[in-house]
Design a protein around this ligand. Structure first.
Ligand code: ATP
Ligand code: MG
Length: 340
């Protein structure tokens, strides 16, 4: 059932584009929501500086890279404690202490997870019910948030595509790395990669452009890349593809074209690597490497590693469903985004 290019009449594509862009606009957080998030951040900051006057409190994740969508008002906060050892045990201990401190400060539903891969405290700010995740010295996340934010500045189609894909993933319940599907961060990398792969390319590969105008080393990872995005304005303008074509290309790739047996998606190189190059060919512990997405900086980290055989099947079915709906229905949006 291969796709026949051009099978969708131009009028249908144009109508779909219009609907998709309206949806993107609706999904943007309102100024009120942004304000509530800002207020929550300030409440958290004032609780933390009392205990650690020398700390820095950073916002990262979607609220910091323009990729948040409304009604999903979690904020990701990083507590930076200069001079603290960065091993997971120490972070776990800090997370326990944070839990107590946040409870005393009146935060609600405080849940410390000191043993998580990235130790975290989850809670809700009592005054305005904004949900917060705090991690400690999570410098890689601050840096990868900046990388995503820089890509977002290059071409507006990235934000639009991410918005639709994230919304679809939430509606279809395939956006939960704790349950074996993929995180929002992973979907964003998949979108960036798609735009790097278009012919002509819509996005460059910032990590292979020279010189590296942004330089930072975090632990063993070198996080250098070209971040002078002003100089790259208009990079993708030779490519005239519209949002509906890109949404289609995304699902077509993941439904039918992706080489699940061998390929590794790599935003760092702007191309595909092989599983054998990464030594991701066999299961090690719980890491199965069925869907392989390389983290742009933490190179041993496969963001798809949480996918197991069952959830791999679920994901694949959802990608196929989306692609079929887009291909076969004249007006596919409602069905595409139907809650699971
Ligand atoms: P949402 O709007 O759904 O909350 P998000 O863009 O904030 O999406 P999350 O998946 O919540 O994405 O992740 C927040 C941030 O945490 C990411 O931007 C990234 O910096 C970091 N992050 C999340 N998961 C990983 C991971 N597996 N490895 C490295 N960094 C990660
Ligand atoms: Mg988030």
């Amino acid at each position: 059932k291969a796709y026949v290019p051009g099978a969708k009449p131009k009028a249908e594509l144009e109508a779909l584009d219009k609907e998709l862009l309206e949806l993107v606009a609706e999904l943007q957080p309102t100024p009120e929501e942004r304000q509530r998030q800002q207020d929550a951040l300030e409440a958290v900051r004032s609780a933390l500086v009392k205990r650690w006057p020398e700390c820095k409190v950073h916002l990262f994740g979607s609220t910091a890279n323009q990729l948040s969508i409304c009604n999903n008002n979690d904020i990701d906060v990083c507590l930076e404690l200069p001079g603290l050892p960065t091993d997971a045990n120490t972070k776990g201990e800090i997370v326990e202490e944070l839990g107590d401190l946040l409870m005393e400060a009146g935060m609600q539903n405080v849940l410390p997870l000191p043993k998580a891969r990235v130790p975290v405290v989850k809670f809700v700010v009592g005054d305005n019910s904004v949900k917060v995740d705090i991690t400690v010295n999570n410098i890689l996340a601050i840096v990868n948030t900046k990388l995503l934010a820089d890509y977002v500045k290059l071409d507006e189609r990235l934000l639009q595509l991410c918005c639709i894909v994230k919304h679809w993933a939430k509606r279809r319940q395939v956006n939960d790395s704790y349950r074996g599907t993929l995180s929002s961060y992973c979907y964003v990398l998949m979108c960036i990669h798609l735009l790097q792969q278009r012919q002509p390319a819509i996005l460059p590969c910032l990590q292979s452009l020279k010189p590296a105008t942004f330089q930072r080393t975090v632990g063993q990872w070198m996080c250098d890349y070209y971040d002078d995005v002003e100089q790259l304005k208009g990079f993708g303008s030779a490519n005239k593809e519209s949002l509906s074509e890109l949404v289609w290309a995304f699902f077509e790739h993941w439904a039918w074209k992706h080489d699940y047996n061998n390929a590794v998606v790599s935003v760092r190189t702007g191309g595909f690597l092989t599983k054998s190059q990464k030594e991701w060919t066999r299961r090690v512990g719980n890491e199965r490497h069925l869907v392989c997405i390389e983290d742009p900086f933490e190179l041993t980290h496969d963001l798809g590693r949480t996918v197991d055989r069952q959830t791999n099947g679920v994901l694949h079915k959802e990608f196929e469903r989306a692609a079929c709906v887009l291909r076969d229905l004249p007006s596919p949006l409602e069905k595409l985004l139907e809650p699971y």
